[in-house]
Design a protein around this ligand. Structure first.
Ligand code: RAM
Length: 343
């Protein structure tokens, strides 16, 4: 029913790491000597979003394995320009690898190309500089954007018999990953006759802030009394939508789905507010990005399309068009498998 989306069994068979690794205080125990030790920073979208915790653990693990120093720092909000000062500070500090989940496809160009001009390897992880890819060395995306976006439309369709009004609750208006998915969702709705009776009535933005996302979700329920569904392609947003629907006692009328973390969504799956949602392994995403960034900085990997490398325990990965590396397919979580995932 979900085409190329991964079943639980397949996920376990190919060894996706959904549990993360144990936190360690230092990521600098082995490998290169002090003079050659690579320093890596990871700048997520914002603080306080549990999605980024396993992603940071993945970076840390890659740094431990490859003998690099690692730290992570993030702005309080996910605004387009909120990461600018942090980028400049990290360049000043002399990092060798600057990994970032960019909050904008263009507002960070000058700062990132300045970092590259200093010889710093710039890696986008989770979200890309869409249309401005020359301002980073490579991008690690958790899954094929088309697979994610079409999968979300199909998932909601299957929950509402492919009929009725629905809305999208996204993160920020500038978020490159969410905007890429939403554009593909719109194309899919327009071009695939299977979805001709599904009507996208609104796209709203919760800025990946729990309270703002909740307020936007509640407003959708009020504004569209005949709404049949919401897709929230953000872990913060989908939890807020579930909360709004649960409080309004509208689970029978409004299907909520999207991209969520099992820990945040478990309660809503268990009490029937949400039937199904999806995500990939944020740990693997960070781990793969860390492996790629450090290996490029160590000159073991050349960042060019077609180049292959061993991403540690994930095995071989290839740089595709525009140096994009795909980590793995998303998994659908339901009441039948959610208790096997803890992150
Ligand atoms: C949120 C963030 C992140 C995205 C996930 C699905 O946590 O916006 O960038 O990948 O949702």
């Amino acid at each position: 029913m979900y085409g190329k989306w991964l079943t639980l069994t397949a996920a376990l068979l190919i060894g996706l790491n959904f549990t993360g690794c144990k936190k360690s205080d230092s990521a600098s125990s082995t490998g290169a000597s002090a003079s050659t030790k690579i320093k890596m920073v990871y700048i997520p979208k914002n603080t306080g979003n549990p999605y980024f915790e396993p992603a940071i653990d993945g970076f840390k693990k890659a740094a431990e394995e490859l003998g690099a120093d690692f730290h992570s720092t993030a702005p309080a909000t996910a605004d387009a320009t909120s990461q600018l000062q942090i980028i400049e500070d990290q360049v000043q500090e002399g990092v060798n690898v600057l990994a970032i989940t960019p909050n904008s496809p263009d507002a960070l160009n000058a700062a990132l190309s300045h970092a590259m001009s200093k010889g710093i390897i710039v890696i986008c992880s989770d979200s890309d500089l869409t249309g401005n890819e020359s301002n980073r060395n490579a991008a690690i995306l958790p899954s094929e954007p088309t697979l994610v976006a079409k999968g979300q439309v199909e998932l909601l369709g299957s929950l509402i018999d492919y009929k009725g009004k629905f809305a999208i609750l996204s993160s920020t208006t500038d978020a490159p990953n969410q905007n890429t998915w939403i554009a593909i969702m719109k194309d899919t709705l327009k071009n695939d006759a299977k979805y001709k009776d599904m009507q996208l009535v609104d796209v709203v933005y919760g800025n990946d802030e729990p309270q703002k996302s909740l307020t936007e979700a509640e407003a959708l329920l009020t504004k569209y009394p005949d709404l049949r569904g919401i897709i929230a392609p953000t872990t913060v947003g989908v939890a807020a939508c579930a909360q709004a629907v649960e409080t309004a006692k509208k689970a029978d009328q409004v299907a909520v789905t999207g991209l969520g973390t099992p820990d945040q969504m478990r309660r809503f799956i268990k009490n029937g507010t949400v039937k199904a949602f999806a995500l990939w392994s944020p740990f693997d995403e960070g781990y793969c990005a860390g492996q790629a960034g450090i290996q490029i900085a160590q000159k073991k990997l050349e960042a060019k399309p077609g180049a292959t490398f061993t991403a540690g325990t994930l095995g071989q990965r290839t740089l595709g068009d525009k140096n994009v590396i795909i980590v793995g397919p998303p998994v659908i979580f339901t009441k039948d498998n959610i208790d096997q995932f803890h992150f």
